[in-house]
Design a protein around this ligand. Structure first.
Ligand SMILES: Cc1ncc(C[n+]2csc(CCOP(=O)(O)OP(=O)(O)O)c2C)c(N)n1
Ligand SMILES: [Mg+2]
Length: 591
């Protein structure tokens, strides 16, 4: 039994299975098909067909390259695949279909798939893969992959490439993917020879994990379908444990510095986000208030007596004063971005797992190590502090700040004031929920006024890209199906990603999308005001988001009055589908 390929459209006629659509029974040799028969796909006549001599995936006994790739990725724990299929990725997509432990989520735009993969890693520490076709599918990933790169999230990107016969400039849907992905990846390669499959695959996963970034593999269409010898289909590499322990000498210096400090302050960054318990014990032991960066918001619940809030543009003036008055600042996995504005002249103990990032500030003890390991080591040998002023210092910062935030949350103004929205959300969103936040005034108010009580929260930190919030929520619900998921977004940012609302409906991912609908690119309007430009090009003409949600098969409600907000959010939380709460709000920061 042979397989015949149409040279016009590449349809495969398999003698074993016949062709149901043109009534050719299984087992019919191609030569026995009447001459009047036409290709069911493009209507070419029989003379257009050529016998295929090799690589028929349906009769293969050995695994194909694609199947070996997916099997080994699953072995590495990579089970979630986000993307859009197409001609040059059919082999990979089929291998995902066949693997019981792999799951494909079909997105409507590759950018959302890449944002979701980035968010998935930020939320879980596990890797999700993006899968796209060569050319436009690959280029559509860019902003999502850059988000991962900037926030040091591990993501794998597996992209189809045109058949090797058509490689080179000028091929249909062919681009130089190695060159295109180079600036965004920590590893980047094309499998031009099936014997290279596992070597490239293993290196890709190792680099993505160890170097915290994006690894990209392109697989030409014809290679995807080739059978692979088991000798070349088995993984040899391993993912090392990359917990870095600090050296003893540096640790001793750090302990001495902490011991001689009378007003230490801890600043926890994203690098500390997996170690809330060690952080709390450490702060208690050395009697130091804890501040966090915006990205690490929620590492300790807001009401904790040692947590003093955020340092930076969404933080309180009291937090800044506290750092300026400290005789020692201990930074744990902090990126030193301009949004945090760590004072340069304070004495710093800087802990980071990336040696290149060490040495910020003017008077710094660099401690190379994983935050969890460093805290564990220090806690083994540091005695309890002789002072006990941290709780008082925290209260002095928090009390006036709380008063300000309460006063801002005016419950009568229409359009509804953003701080009031944050007040209501702080009250309603449960402590074990997942929150994905977008960029703009919506994110600014969340950072500044939302009170965390244990939730996991994810955002686009360094790239600060609009359109992250909603795919981030999709990733959250895929990762934690049993938890409630909330997206806090703007009318501008949501519109960039809203094509995938149907994806949340299709895959039954109930979530609540709170749109702060101010009919403006609100943050840009504020920036124009700060820089004394006249307001221009920020007004938004929006669709009816509630009708849109319903037309997608979800639910929605609009809220225009403050007194309606609480019940609307409670109602949304009780729905069994994705829901939009379209909150008509005030674009002005302060009135
Ligand atoms: C992809 C992208 N384009 C542009 C910007 C610049 N930018 C930052 S905030 C913002 C406005 C966001 O508007 P909206 O989503 O409505 O949120 P709002 O500020 O009104 O709450 C813009 C255009 C960006 N950060 N990301
Ligand atoms: Mg807006």
């Amino acid at each position: 039994m042979a397989v015949w390929k149409c040279s016009i459209c590449e349809y495969l006629y398999d003698e074993m299975s016949g062709d149901q659509s043109t009534n050719i029974p299984p087992g019919t040799p191609f030569s026995s098909i009447p001459d009047t028969w036409r290709c069911p796909i493009c209507h070419a006549d029989k003379t257009a067909f050529k016998r295929v001599l090799e690589n028929n995936p349906s009769t293969a006994i050995l695994p194909t390259v694609s199947e070996a790739i997916i099997k080994n990725l699953v072995h590495f724990g990579i089970t979630e695949y986000f993307g859009v299929p197409g001609t040059s990725s059919l082999g990979i997509i089929d291998a995902i279909r066949k693997n019981d432990n792999a799951r494909f989520t079909l997105f409507r735009h590759e950018e959302n798939a890449a944002m979701a993969a980035s968010a998935y890693n930020k939320l879980t520490g596990k890797i999700a893969a993006c899968v796209t076709i060569a050319g436009p599918g690959a280029t559509n990933l860019t902003t999502g992959l850059y988000d991962a790169k900037e926030d040091r999230a591990s993501v794998l990107s597996i992209n189809g490439q045109v058949e090797m016969q058509y490689a080179g400039p000028g091929g249909f849907q062919e681009i130089d993917q190695d060159a295109f992905f180079r600036p965004v990846t920590v590893f980047n390669n094309t499998i031009y020879d099936k014997k290279m499959t596992m070597k490239i695959l293993t290196m890709a996963v190792q680099h993505a994990v160890v170097r915290s970034g994006v690894a990209q593999i392109s697989v030409p269409n014809d290679i995807q379908k080739q059978e692979i010898d088991p000798e070349y289909a088995t993984v040899h590499g391993v993912i090392p444990n990359r917990m870095i322990r600090p050296d003893n000498e540096t640790l001793q210096k750090a302990i001495t510095l902490i011991h001689s400090s009378t007003s230490p302050v801890i600043l926890a960054g994203w690098g500390a986000h997996s170690y809330p318990y060690q952080l709390e014990t450490f702060a208690d032991r050395i009697d130091a208030p804890i501040l966090s960066t915006f990205r690490a918001k929620g590492i300790i619940p807001d009401e904790h007596p040692l947590y003093a809030g955020i340092l930076g543009t969404v933080g309180s003036p009291g937090a800044r004063t506290m750092v300026e008055q400290a005789d020692l600042l201990i930074t744990l996995g902090v990126g030193f971005s301009k949004m945090t504005r760590v004072p340069e002249h304070t004495r710093i103990i800087q802990v980071d797992y990336d040696p290149i990032r060490l040495g910020r500030g003017k008077d710094t003890l660099p401690v190379y190590g994983d935050v969890g390991e460093v805290l564990r080591e220090i806690l083994q040998s540091i005695p309890s502090s002789s002072h006990s002023s941290a709780r008082n210092r925290v209260e002095q910062v928090k009390k006036p700040w709380e008063k300000i935030r309460k006063a801002e949350a005016d419950d009568r103004s229409t359009p509804i004031r953003p701080p009031y929205i944050m007040e209501i959300l702080s009250k309603i969103i449960p402590s074990d929920a997942i929150i994905s936040v977008d960029v703009g005034e919506n994110g600014w108010w969340f950072g500044r006024n939302f009170r965390m009580k244990g939730q996991k929260f994810v955002m686009s930190g360094y790239l600060a890209t609009m359109g992250f919030g909603f795919p981030g929520a999709i990733a959250g619900k895929i990762a934690y199906p049993e938890k409630r998921v909330f997206c806090i977004t703007g009318d501008g940012g949501f519109a960039m990603a809203m094509g995938d609302f149907v994806t949340a409906v299709k895959y039954n991912l109930p979530m609540v999308v709170i749109i702060l609908n101010n009919h403006e690119l609100g943050m840009i309007q504020v920036e124009q005001q700060i820089e004394k430009y006249p307001n221009y090009a920020t007004a938004l003409h929006n669709p009816d988001f509630v009708l849109y949600a319903k037309s997608c098969g979800g639910e929605g409600t609009r809220v225009e009055k403050p007194e309606e907000l609480e019940s609307a959010v409670i109602w949304a939380t009780s729905q069994d589908c994705p829901v939009i709460v379209d909150v008509i709000t005030d674009p002005r920061r302060f009135v």
